[in-house]
Design a protein around this ligand. Structure first.
Ligand code: ZN
Length: 257
């Protein structure tokens, strides 16, 4: 299974890189998804800090400005804007955010409040998150304890999503309007739960652009990997990785209905 997944990942990266060489005009309504920004971590899921800095430079050289999802949505997803997001609240994201601040960029951080409460060196603290919120970063919810929604009734799931939102709001004194579904799993009952819990928008990990009129509770994001070079990154903004969306959707349906 692991081998099959890594072969698929390598194939996906190769296809994206090749398409990226020829199709390079970024489309509007893109949200990039990062996890860790740390050297020596998982080479696919994590991005080396040097590579992260290069990614932001490539965005700038294309006339693109990184911002929060809420800001992009509020502005009607104009040309020249790309939303940046980080899932899981890894401690390494604090340094990545300093890079963004120096460039005048911002991002949305989807955190797991149960993990932040537990503390530990691998996770951002409430103090760090409060400081980032003051600098213009958006803090969103990534569920109370990062659990799958499979087999959980919508009303029960909504309580979980609501508790997560309230805990972050209490700790940081900011309004939380965005949810990132754990594992990107967004079956119909999870989307209903997100609405019941009062979220204005929710994001998946299905690659694609978010055009006007897109379901705000099923926004797409392009996941950025440690192996992405300039053609890969710009290619994803132009749609070269979007062919993977139906496969991702099928995987999710098989996992969670
Ligand atoms: Zn996650």
């Amino acid at each position: 299974m692991g081998d099959a997944v890594s072969v698929r990942g390598a194939l996906r990266a190769r296809v994206n890189g090749v398409f990226g060489l020829v199709r390079r005009r970024p489309t509007r309504g893109r949200i990039l998804l990062y996890h860790e920004v740390r050297r020596g971590a998982d080479p696919i899921g994590a991005v080396d800090p040097e590579a992260f800095r290069a990614h932001q430079g490539w965005l700038r050289s294309r006339g693109l400005r990184g911002t929060t999802i809420a800001a992009m949505r509020g502005d009607g997803s104009p040309d020249g804007v790309v939303a940046l997001s980080f899932d899981d609240g890894h401690a390494s994201v604090v340094d990545a955010c300093a890079v963004l601040v120096a460039m005048g960029y911002a991002a949305t951080l989807f955190v797991v409040p149960a993990w932040v409460e537990r503390g530990g060196t691998g996770t951002c603290s409430w103090t760090e998150l409060a400081a980032l919120a003051r600098e213009g970063f958006e803090v969103g919810s990534h569920d109370l304890a990062h659990e799958r929604p499979c087999g959980v009734q919508a009303a029960v799931l909504a309580e979980r999503y609501r508790a997560s939102k309230i805990l972050i709001e209490d700790r940081l004194g900011v309004e939380v309007t965005g949810l990132a579904y754990p594992y990107g799993l967004a079956p119909a009952h999870a989307r209903r739960a997100a609405a019941l819990a009062g979220y204005a928008y929710a994001v998946t990990s299905e690659p694609g652009a978010n055009r006007e009129g897109a379901d705000p509770l099923r926004l797409r994001r392009n996941e950025i990997h440690g192996t992405d070079r300039e053609s890969g990154l710009i290619g994803k903004l132009a749609g070269t990785d979007d062919w993977f969306a139906p496969i991702r959707r099928l995987e999710h349906r098989l996992t969670c209905g």
